[in-house]
Write a new protein. Sequence first.
Length: 156
Amino acid sequence: MLSKRLLAGLLGCGMAVAVLAADSNTNVSIAVDGTAIDGVTGYRIDFSRQDMLRTDSRRLGVAYSPDQRLLTLTVTQKGLAQMQDWINQTTSGGTPATHTVQVTAKDEKNQVLVRWELTNVVPTTLSSAAAGNFIDITATLEFFFDQLRLLEARNN
């Protein structure tokens, strides 16, 4: 529990939004194209604007964006199972489909703290490790995205 709090504090530093849950009853919800994804225990959104114009003729697509646009999700095996087709399509060497992802963080009273929408989201990195005896596994998935919109934020 302390290590998750420490990790949440470290991830919260800098130009990012981070929320990590202490247990499987997380206050983070994710929807991919409107379909809820269970098993998400944390998220991080990174956006860093670069001075290069996005209309530059050298633009090669979202994966080569001069801006840093990264969504990181921490998921359990349940989240992996629900995103299995998307992950497998990406790792098979084909062109992965892009999706719209909504990330919502709520407080302990289930009130929305913040809601984000990311468009043209595509998986880029997956990492997972396990050793010894375990009940649940977690994986970290990273996604590139094209646009980020803040849909809602509580102002208190």
